[in-house]
Design a binder for this molecule. Structure first.
Ligand code: UDP
Length: 478
């Protein structure tokens, strides 16, 4: 039996790919056949999903298309900036997939050999792959934008690329008001996406990014990783400005998170391989009091300086609470740190089983860079946050968390900020344990997240509605 066939194109960084793979699993389990496109270098990122799909008899296949090597990015100032500086070039280089993708789509349309995979009837692609809109339009295939950011942040991003309100604002601290936002909103220039901050009309890479971000507005619709009651005005706003459907289908997380399944099922290889034995990590957490552990992690990309790490270590020590601290290591974090903090702290150098840790009853607060996935994970699991937004959409997320949702307190902001150790210690004392305002509010939102994803809830209904729309696209209404 041929199934409705959807081509899914993730943007190959962890924060973008993890939620889209979770969504892909949900769509396949609702009877769609999926092809996931990536490049040879990123193929390992798809493997865990492909093996889960095959063990559950779901129809997910990969399409690996080669890409010419990207041009070298400009020299960075530090390691995190290396990733940020290379981002425009990564976004630009992926457009090299447009021709081979078009060829594949044309050939695939004629291919009758598969029993399950009919012709592609729709493309779901990340918002950094706006060029896929041109391919889709050319071939008459509807394209859906996948938005890994929240609705508040995506409203800011869309407005900034449309109106470029920061052009002419010289200083990083200069005020930028965001046009057409659901309510008055002024940000500092440094709080905008670095892709927009560095924009120069004379630079072809920057012009390309502006072009593709605006192409997203022409899509057939948007799938966004949020839930309606969390960001109601901003989801409504996106629907109004695009004039197209916006399906809020989050939080996109493994179902085990919401079903109190076995702890081990919580984290079926999400992202990179874990740098710690999961059983040891759980054993360490089992030995701590309920809601007493501070979890510190700044996402998949950020590498902090020695000075920043030193203040974190001192602040955690001064708080006198137990902690798990994830360090993306480049040798900056001092050798001997583990020894120094071993009475109270567990240091994970590399990749932590984050969902497993956040799901443990001993965890009582999350010191986070406010990446949207980390944010949704913390909210879903009812953990109040201490916010240190570094870059990208994290400043918008932190604003939402601190000012509007009131589930986080702010520590500091920006890639170059050095947190004050006393402020960190007092933020931990205020937030850990969950008795304060942030803890109570986040429990309410955690309940709302669970409501959204359960059968009949807003995200679950939106997903069903989306699948129905896709089925209706199939020529013979499969
Ligand atoms: N993550 C993880 N272990 C780590 C670091 C990150 O499992 O050591 C996961 C985390 O759970 C989240 C994603 O990687 O799902 C990071 O996405 P986020 O949007 O929070 O931040 P980004 O990495 O994009 O800055």
């Amino acid at each position: 039996m041929k199934r409705p066939h959807v081509l899914v194109i993730p943007f190959p960084t962890q924060g973008h790919i993890i939620p889209l793979l979770d969504l892909s699993l949900s769509l396949a389990s609702r009877g769609l056949a999926l092809t996931l496109l990536t490049t040879p270098g990123n193929e390992p990122l798809l493997r865990p999903l492909l093996s889960t799909a095959s063990s559950q008899n779901l129809f997910i296949q990969s399409l690996i298309l080669p890409l010419p090597p990207p041009p070298p990015p400009p020299p960075p100032h530090n390691e995190t900036q290396l990733l940020i500086h290379s981002l425009p070039h990564l976004i630009y280089s992926l457009e090299g997939l447009a021709d081979p993708l078009e060829q594949w789509l044309l050939q695939q349309k004629l291919d009758e050999s598969s029993d399950e995979f009919g012709p592609v009837i729709c493309i779901i692609s990340d918002f950094f792959l706006g060029w896929t809109q041109d391919t889709a339009t050319k071939l008459g295939i509807p394209r859906i934008v996948f938005c890994p950011s929240g609705a508040f942040a995506f409203s800011v991003i869309s407005s900034v690329w449309k109106y470029m309100p920061h052009l002419g604002v010289e200083s990083d601290e200069g005020e930028v008001s965001i046009p057409g936002f659901p309510h008055p909103l002024t940000l500092r220039k440094f709080q905008l996406s670095p892709l927009a901050q560095v924009y120069k009309s004379s630079d072809p890479v920057h012009e390309f990014i502006k072009y593709i971000m605006n192409l997203n507005l022409q899509s057939w619709g948007t799938l966004i990783n949020t839930f309606y009651s969390l960001e109601t005005p901003y989801v409504d706003h996106l629907r109004t400005v695009s004039g197209r459907p916006v399906w809020s289908v989050g939080p996109l997380l493994p179902p085990a998170v919401f079903h109190h399944k076995q702890k081990q099922e919580m984290n079926p290889q999400r992202g990179n391989p874990n740098s710690i034995n999961e059983a040891l990590c759980l054993q360490w957490l089992d030995g701590r009091k309920e809601r007493s552990v501070v979890y510190v992690c700044f996402g998949s990309m950020a590498i902090l300086s020695e000075k920043q790490n030193e203040e974190i270590a001192a602040g955690l020590e001064a708080s006198e609470e137990s902690f798990i601290w994830v360090i993306r290591d480049n040798g900056n974090a001092k050798v001997g740190l583990e020894e120094r903090v071993k009475k109270k702290g567990l240091v994970i150098r590399g990749w932590a089983p984050q969902l497993l840790i956040l799901s443990h009853p001993s965890v009582g607060c999350f010191v986070t860079h406010c990446g949207w996935n980390s944010t949704l994970e913390s909210i879903s699991l009812g953990i109040p946050m201490i916010a240190w937004p570094l870059t990208a959409d994290q400043h918008s997320d932190a604003l939402l968390l601190v000012e509007y949702l009131r589930v986080a307190v702010r520590l500091c902001e920006g890639l170059n900020a050095v947190p004050n150790r006393d402020m960190l210690a007092s933020a931990v004392k205020r937030v850990v344990g969950g008795e304060g305002e942030e803890g109570l509010r986040v429990q309410e939102l955690s309940r709302a997240a669970r409501e959204a994803v359960k059968q009949g809830g807003s995200s679950s209904s939106n997903l069903e509605d989306f699948v129905t729309c896709i089925r209706n696209l199939a020529p013979d209404k499969l």
